[in-house]
Structure formats: C-alpha cells, structure tokens
Design a protein around this ligand. Sequence first.
Ligand code: AMP
Ligand code: MG
Length: 489
Amino acid sequence: MQTEHSYSTLPAEFYSLCAATPVAAPKWLAFNHELAAELGLDAALCETEQGLAIFSGNQQAPWSKPLAQAYSGHQFGQLSPRLGDGRALLLAEIIDKKGQRRDIQLKGAGPTPYSRRGDGRSALGPVVREYLVSEAMHALGVPSSRALAAVYTGEPVYRDQRLPGGILTRVAASHIRIGTFQYVAMLQDLPALQQLADYVLQRHYPELQQEAEPYLALLRAVCQAQAALVAHWMSVGFVHGVMNTDNMTVSGETIDYGPCAFIDSYDPHTVFSSIDHQGRYAYKNQPAITQWNLARLAEALLPLLHPDEPTAVALATEVLNEFPTLYQQQWQQRFCAKLALTPGAENAALVQQLLDLMAQQQLDFTLTFRQLSQSLTDALTPERPTTPISHDAAFLQWHHHWLAQLQLENPKPGFVALQAQMDQHNPFFIPRNHQIEQIISQVVQQDDLTLFQQFAKALQSPFVATASNAVFAQAPPAGGPHYRTFCGT
Ligand code: AMP
Ligand code: MG
C-alpha cells in the first residue's frame, strides 16, 4: 500500500499532529473489503488483531502520521472562527490502485486540540448511519466519502443518555472544506492562502494550474462541482441536513453525514434535523445554500483573485452569478433522465408539473419514479395488472402528456428500452429512514448485525430489483410520525 502525507507539508497552522486515544475493548462491526481492495490495503488487516487495533486507534499504523485539520465554518449562518477536526484524525493519504490520492480518516478516535468541550468520540448509532448512508450514496453514483471500517469501542459515550461508542474509518478525495479556506483567510497570511489554493489545484483540479487566472478557475470549478453534486442529491431525494461551510468540500464530494436523511413522500419543504428550526437546510433550500456557501469561499479567495479588492469582488461575483444556471442545467439533466426525456426547458416544466402533483398528493419520491418506469411496459402487457400510481385526474392527464412526449422524442426505441434507461436513473430502493432506524436499533440495543449486513450487501445494487432487496424498497407505513434526525455528536 502506498501512503503519503502531503497535507502536512502545508504550514503548521493548518493542522495539529495528534494521536488517537486508545479504547477499552474494540470489536469489529464492519469492514469494506471491496473498498480495501481499491485502496490496495492488506486484506488480512480485517482479520487480525493488528487491523482491529489500527482502526480503533489503539495502535498507530506504521504508515500513519495522525493529524487533526484546522478549519472554520459558518454554522447555520454564524461564523465559528475555529472549529477543526474535534473528533476526526487524518491517518494518511493512500494512493489507490487507480493512482488517486485519498484521505483515510478515523472519526471518533478521541479528543484533539480542536475538540473544545467535546469528547472526541462518536456514538455507535451515527457510525452505523454514516457507514450505510455514505456507501449507499456511492452506490447511487453520488460523489461521496466512503466507509472503510466500523468498530465498537467497548466504551460508553455520554450524550443526553449513555450510549455505546463507535469509530468509523472513512475515505475521501480529501477533507478540505470551504471552512479550510475561511480559516486560512482569517489568518491574513497571503502566502499561506496561496499555498492552500495551489495545493487544492494540484490535488483536485490539476488541469487548471496552467490557466491564466488559476484561482478564479478554482472558484469556478468548485461552483461546477457543487452544482453537479447538489443536483444529484436532489435527484435522489437526499437532504444533507447540516450544510455548514465546514461540511462542504472543495472536491465536490458529500461528506460529514450527520442528520442527513432521504425523503419518503415528496415534500420540498422537508427538514429532518431536530435543530434546523428555520428550515435553513430544507430539501428545497439546498441549491441556494450551496450558492451562499460558495460566496463564502469566494470571499476567502478574494486576495488571490486580484490585488485591487473591488476588482476581485467583481470577478468573484461574475463567477458566483453563474451558479443558478449551472445548477439548473444539472438539475434538468438529472430529472429529465429520470423520466427518459431530453433535457430542455419544456421538459423541465413537465418534470416540475410532476413534482408539484407529487407534493400535492404526498406521493413517495423513490417509488413514484420507479412506478412511472413500470407504467411504460404495463401499457404493453395488459395481462399484467397495472399498479395505478395515482387515480387523480390531473395526474392521469400528466401521465398522458408524458407518454405523448416520449413517443414524440422516441419514434424508434420503444417503451421497453426507455424503461431500462429510466431504471438506471431511478433507484429501486434508497436507505429508508425507518429501515436505518431499525438497523441501528438492532446493532445498538441487541448487538445483532444480521440486518446491517443484509442491508450493506443489498445497497451495493440500488438500481436492481431483486427478491432479496424488495423488502428495503417499501415505503414506511402511512401516518407514521414525522422523521427526526439528530446531530451525530
Ligand atoms: P459536525 O456538525 O459533525 O460537522 O461538527 C461540527 C464541529 O464540532 C466540528 O469541528 C467537529 O469536529 C466538532 N465535534 C462534533 N462532535 C464532537 C465531539 N463529540 N467531540 C469534539 N468535537 C466534536
Ligand atoms: Mg463537520
């Protein structure tokens, strides 16, 4: 396995070297063999005492040089100048089998110089949730940090109650956040800011290094990556829940899974997080918040954009103003693909009509798209009973309109081919909240991994309908309580 520590070549104020705090009685919960192979990790690590010791923080791997990264962040709009990894440790960067540099990080391995009053630990429930949801996001094709390992610590953590503790090992293209730039900008150390920007260019956007204005190009590239990411989230009904600037990467990957959840019945106002009282991070607000966060990145980059501040502001504003169009393009591509339509303004209006009807009728987001796909061949095979998605006249009218549009655009391929196409853009199942809760409760309260393992296997193929994953495709029982999530602290 090839490991490096390039982040620690940045100036000292970017991080603090910090060892993990050993735990009492570590035990394996999960190990991701497929990801381990991608990384070139020794497969034996998952079977040995040494592997367990490394992924629980009880032993420092010979290839690691643990450090906590420094960053700031706007949390619910308020700037916290000094956050940093309060419960995460970067072990190393692994150069994977494809030559990609990837961070390997322990989450919940004990206090760091950035822990403030926190214990540096994670409860087991949020570890299980992040493991499953991040892996599901990856399988759905959404850029995401990955889960390599999860262990029980054998120690309690104290939140509003005593809970078992866990440690997650996660892997990401990097953990450099908008907040990392904010932190360095606040130091008012121009060379350090430039070093960070150069580092990010080299690591994530090497093709931009030769640009005449590389830092403006960097801002534009992050805007593009984030526009694509958030449109992808929207297309699978994902609500991140805590889109603070410290939780948004410059690579364009989803990280920091906390109070995140997927929408069941479609309501664009959906908020799951118990602390998001204003709905700042509601489903429908995610694109606008992304742009707000990108404006904070732009502010941090200003001194690199032009020596004259008003000129720098004008340059940055121009790039930021492109965001709504970038997002709209990505949204159109994703949602038109869900309905096998060609992206364009007219078809986007057709998508929006459907979403409005789904909201009015509280239709399940994931199931509706899959049922629409099913309806394409139902029409061809009348002997098979059709499952009406909705009996509502407006919905049936919309359905007619959609079929007509498909026929117009596809005189040749036929509905069978279109259905296959749609099924590649509409998951058969997503990690449903009620199922995630059931799995967490089995792991945490009954120490039973059966359902966890079944689900972890199934979620590798979320687009394929099989008998074994059909159970995970079911919507929650109607009339259940509104789902609430809590920050993983
Ligand atoms: P999050 O909401 O998980 O993104 O965390 C926000 C900030 O709080 C980050 O700086 C975390 O490192 C820190 N933090 C969260 N939980 C803990 C904890 N249990 N102990 C120490 N720091 C924490
Ligand atoms: Mg965070």
